[in-house]
Design a protein around this ligand. Sequence first.
Ligand SMILES: Cc1cc2nc3c(=O)[nH]c(=O)nc-3n(C[C@H](O)[C@H](O)[C@H](O)COP(=O)(O)OP(=O)(O)OC[C@H]3O[C@@H](n4cnc5c(N)ncnc54)[C@H](O)[C@@H]3O)c2cc1C
Length: 141
Amino acid sequence: MAPPSFSYPGLLIVGDAAGFLMHAGVLIRGVDFAVASGVLAAETIKEAGRPDADALARYDDKLKASFVLRDLLAFKNADKVLSGQFAFDTLPKFVNSLLRNYFTIEDRPPTLASALKTTLGGGGVTLTRLLINMLNALAYL
Ligand SMILES: Cc1cc2nc3c(=O)[nH]c(=O)nc-3n(C[C@H](O)[C@H](O)[C@H](O)COP(=O)(O)OP(=O)(O)OC[C@H]3O[C@@H](n4cnc5c(N)ncnc54)[C@H](O)[C@@H]3O)c2cc1C
C-alpha cells in the first residue's frame, strides 16, 4: 500500500503528527524520524519558495527517498511479531532456561544440542512452536 501524502497547500506534516513512530515491541523510535522529517520539510519550503500544493509535493518524494519512510514501511508489521505473550514472556523464559542449562556444568560440559533437548518442552515451548514463530516472523519481514 502506498503511503498517504504528507504535503498539502500551505502545510507539511512532520514527526509524530505524521505518524512517524515505530513501536516494535520493546523499542519506541520516533525522535530520529521527527528530526529528519523536519529537516526535509524545511528544505522543501526553502526550495519551493511558495506554498502551493505542487511546490510542496516534493516533500513526499524526499520522504520516500529517505530512511524515514523506508524504515517505517520495512517494519510496518513488526508489532505483530514482537508483541504478545510469546515474545515477552514465554520466549525470554525459554532462552533463560536454555542458557542456564548450557552454562551449568555437572559431570561434563553440556553441548548446545543437549541443553536444547533438556529445555524443550518446559514452559510449553516445543521445537514446532519455535519454528512456527520463526516462520511467522519471516512472513512479516
Ligand atoms: C514513553 C515514550 C518513550 C519514547 N522513547 C523513545 C526513544 O527511546 N527513542 C525515540 O526515538 N523515540 C521515543 N519516543 C518517541 C518520541 O518521543 C517521539 O517520536 C518524538 O518526540 C516526536 O517528536 P515530535 O516533534 O513529532 O512531537 P513531540 O515531541 O510530541 O512535540 C510536539 C510538541 O508540540 C506541542 N504542542 C502540541 N499541541 C500544541 C499546540 N496546539 N500549540 C503549541 N504546541 C503544541 C507539544 O506540547 C509538544 O511539545 C518515545 C515516546 C514515548 C511516549
